[in-house]
Every structure is written in structure tokens, then in C-alpha cells.
Design a binder for this molecule. Structure first.
Ligand code: ZN
Ligand code: FE
Length: 255
């Protein structure tokens, strides 16, 4: 069986993702920011929508749902912890649960921080993590509901996923994230190189999402609070990872 992944730009800077089985055209959608472009991608690629996975309750990730369900009869899945804020769904899951799609097994992670009840889905056979607004390309989501400590606890376990994991995050924020990252990690050659690539890609209107976890580990400051150079630049050589993470997050909030 072979699968393909499509990135669908929605609204002003959101992304939804379709993973589909190339042979029988069954599709799995992650997030529902906007019905129009998602329905169009389904039609254009001749796909049968089987399941919809929602990462979190924010409007820009769920408001296209009813317009998609009007045209497609799909099973909807979201976080048990957020049952009261998500639209009414068919199935609710929590951390450690498994979701199956076309014999591929996805594992649910709790990645609270941006919101409480934010979940991510890791499908190891496809080397893909759908991270929503938790881990993002060169960044992480703002802390609207959780604490910095909670976000770090959500992101830390993701470091043990394989380097070739594709990180499918919810927004095109990478260029701004790169500019910020350079302020606290300017001597990181991989970051300098990546920033140039990102700036070039955006000047051509190309997507910078999905990204690769291996590159995130080397360049995303939110995955590197233990890094010596970042710590030196922040004057926090002796601080705990959580404190450094929290400092990075608040600097980014005011960037
Ligand atoms: Zn959000
Ligand atoms: Fe969002």
C-alpha cells in the first residue's frame, strides 16, 4: 500500500493535511480550518474522505467541519479532554490511544500548552506527526491556556521520534519564527542556513511545512532549551530546561 500526503493552505495562514491511500483513494484529514479548499482538494484528487482528526478546539482548526461533512460522510475524531469545546464528534480519544486508518496505526499524544486538550497524532509507518499548534516549524504555539512547563512536557517526548518524521503543523509562521530564533541562536550554522532557505521559499510563496524533525532538533529553539549557546546568550547557563524554555517562550511573545 502506498500513501500520499497533501498540504492544503486554508484561511490566511493555516494548513490542513490529507493523507490518502493511493490505490483505493481513502483519505484521512487533519484539521478543518476551511471547507472550500479542503473539499476542492478531495474532489480534484478523487478522494473518499474516511476520517477527520481535529488537533484542538480553536475556530481556525474546526470551523470548516460542517461544510466538509455536508459533502463527505466521514468519521470525526478529537480529544476526550475537550469534549465540551469541540464540535460534536463521533469518537473521542486521549493520550496513548490508537487510531487506525487503512491499516496504518496512529498514536495519540497529549501536547497541551497552546490549549489544554490539544492532541497530536503520530503515524510511524508514514513517518508523520500531525502536531497542530504544538510543535511548529522553528517554533511552538503560543500558550493561550497552558503553562510553559506544560508545553515543554508536551514537546520533550517528541524528541525521541525518528529524525525523518515529517512535522505537519497548523500554520505558516516559519519566517517570523526564523527571525526570532536567530536573535537567541545566531551562531548556529544550521539555523542560519535554514533561515535563508525559509526566506527564499516564502519569497516564492512556497510552503515551509511539513518540516523534518531532525532539522527541528538542530534549529528550533523550543526543542533546545538545553543548548549551551542559547543558554549563554540568555545568561541562563545554570538554569533548568523548563526555565530556559519559559524564557524563550516569553521572548518570542514579545518579539
Ligand atoms: Zn490554535
Ligand atoms: Fe491555529
Amino acid at each position: 500500500m502506498s500513501f500520499e500526503l497533501i498540504t492544503i493552505p486554508c484561511l490566511s495562514d493555516n494548513y490542513a493535511f490529507l493523507l490518502y491511500n493511493v490505490e483505493n483513494r481513502s483519505a484521512f484529514l487533519v484539521d478543518a480550518p476551511e471547507a472550500g479548499p479542503i473539499n476542492e482538494a478531495l474532489n480534484k484528487n478523487d478522494l473518499i474522505l474516511e476520517q477527520i482528526f481535529l488537533t484542538h478546539h480553536h475556530a481556525d482548526h474546526v470551523e470548516g467541519l460542517s461544510g466538509i461533512l455536508k459533502k463527505h460522510d466521514a468519521l470525526t475524531v478529537g480529544a476526550q479532554a475537550d469534549i465540551n469545546r469541540l464540535p460534536k464528534l463521533d469518537k473521542y480519544v486521549q493520550a496513548g490511544d490508537e487510531i487506525s486508518f487503512q491499516k496504518q496505526i496512529g498514536k495519540v499524544f497529549d501536547v497541551s500548552g497552546h490549549t489544554i486538550g490539544h492532541i497530536a497524532l503520530y503515524i510511524s509507518s508514514q513517518n508523520v506527526l500531525f502536531s497542530g499548534d504544538s510543535l511548529m516549524a522553528l517554533g511552538c504555539g503560543r500558550l493561550f491556556e497552558g503553562s510553559a512547563e506544560q508545553m515543554w512536557q508536551s514537546l520533550y517526548p517528541l524528541l525521541s521520534l525518528p529524525d525523518n518524521t515529517k512535522i505537519c503543523s497548523g500554520h505558516e509562521y516559519t519566517e517570523n519564527n526564523a527571525s526570532f530564533a536567530l536573535t537567541i541562536d545566531p551562531e548556529n550554522p544550521e539555523l542560519v542556513r535554514r533561515s535563508e532557505q525559509v526566506r527564499f521559499a516564502r519569497s516564492k510563496n512556497l510552503f515551509t511545512v511539513p518540516s523534518q524533525l531532525g532539522l527541528e532538533k538542530k534549529t528550533n529553539p523550543f526543542l533546545r532549551p538545553f543548548d549551551k549557546n542559547i543558554r549563554k546568550n540568555l545568561n541562563m547557563l545554570g538554569s533548568a530546561d523548563t526555565e530556559v524554555f519559559s524564557k524563550i517562550r516569553s521572548l518570542k511573545d514579545n518579539f
